[in-house]
Design a protein around this ligand. Sequence first.
Ligand code: FAD
Length: 506
Amino acid sequence: MNDNLIYKTMDKHIIIIGSGLGGLVCGYILAKNGYRITILEKNAQSGGCLQNFTRNGIKFDTGMHYIGSIEEGQTLHQFFKYLSLFSDVKLRSLDKMAYDTISIDGMQYPCANGRKNFVDQLSQYFPQERANLQHYYNIIADITKNLPLHSLNVTEMPVEFERNYFQTSASEFIESITDNHLLRNVLVGNLALYRGVYGKTPLYIHALIRDFYNKSAYRIIGGSDAIAKSLVKSIRAMGGEVRMLTPVDKINCNDTQAVSVTLQNKEEIHGDYFITNIHPVRMLEMLKKTPLIRKVYRERIINMQNTISNFTVYIKFKKDTVPYLNTNKFYHNNDNVWNCENYTYANWHKSFLYMHACSSADSLFADAAVVIAYMRFEEVERWKNTSRGSRGNDYEEFKQCKAERLLNELEKQNHGILKNIDAYYTSSPLTYLDYTGTERGSMYGILHDCNNLSFSTVSHRTKIPNLYQTGQNINLHGILGVMIGTLITTGEFLGIDNVVKQIVKA
Ligand SMILES: Cc1cc2nc3c(=O)[nH]c(=O)nc-3n(C[C@H](O)[C@H](O)[C@H](O)COP(=O)(O)OP(=O)(O)OC[C@H]3O[C@@H](n4cnc5c(N)ncnc54)[C@H](O)[C@@H]3O)c2cc1C
């Protein structure tokens, strides 16, 4: 065991702020290793982005629609085994020949699972590009293989690796693969999954997400809240405490470290160690008074750029009218797929993601779907001081107008769909700000920039020695990115090698 490691003893109390995926997985790992855990969640429901809501008898996911690398031998599968998730979380495979479909100006390009299928499927549309597609696939697979934690293999990362894949932009890489403009657009057609920004998003992020779904892609039957519920159940069974409706207001420090948290209702809870599973800016708000956080650190975090937010339309279909769609459709009716976040009023509705919800293992019809489009926070900024449910008629009109533009565009691409819609509901960047506390409703937290990695990356360590962070801002967003991040955070207590070994052995 490394002497520098704070190898805390079992009687220590660890307080985790937030029951998002990162908080719950840290709680699970630490409780399983004998620590006393208290998770404090501000909402009535656990899970953060894993939350769902029900309207008119239909359940809607808010922030996790499909997962990858979940088949035997793949990384997320190993995490699921370790976290005992398979008994509570049931999955339905997406079409292996087209888990994602990139729709550009009415033409459909399938993304298939596995090297051969991926290359064969796209080569049908780009026969001259077969060798380039193979080369693309090989590099993507290689990057994931060489990232030690993502392959659950704790060896050193190759020295050249960081320079090549962390400091190169995904856009530069794609441009080096092919001169074919359309194929370039197709290869980044799912960039909504990481809110990719031209010239900034590092290649490794594109690679990890592509490879994650290339390996296998599944929807969660009945909704992703099953993951949160299962983790809460297991943590409680191991003696941990998970408390809902307990918004943390302050983290209190003495001269050297954090000592307690104060809830909004003024209850004070003491702990030995603290982990925040919230956006770093929210954490700083809880630490307003302490001199342990210097101005320079505070300003760096506050000034970091975040990924753009989204506007979502949740659709309830009339019963048995819309056949279940076993692929996720990324629509782009713009010449440049990369430019989504710079949308104008006129072209905003031209790029969006359309996905069906999965309510059973074999349903032939969909009962619900989501349409997700980009949205900058500025569009809703004028309502930021209003509260949920009472933002006013102008906000409702704004949302209705946006929803109708998206639905009309959906109708253009799927003739006849409008008449099968029974009802729809919407969410805006303000919804995410309210429900998860993410800065300006940002979808995936801090935006990583390959030109300035150290200034666009947040460490799991803070300036306070017994306060750590976890969640999508630490390593990467998404189910696997967040789970890998928990290895780094819980590694402070247990040693990363030790945690990885436990997961590999599960
Ligand atoms: C629209 C959308 C779609 C997505 N789709 C997918 C997908 O298909 N597949 C995939 O893998 N990933 C997807 N993601 C990403 C994924 O859902 C997230 O990266 C991940 O769930 C974030 O987890 P987290 O641990 O960072 O916590 P978060 O989900 O951010 O949760 C933070 C928690 O902290 C709580 N909290 C905040 N403030 C306080 C406080 N003061 N006191 C107590 N608690 C507090 C919040 O209520 C919340 O529960 C999607 C995200 C979004 C937004």
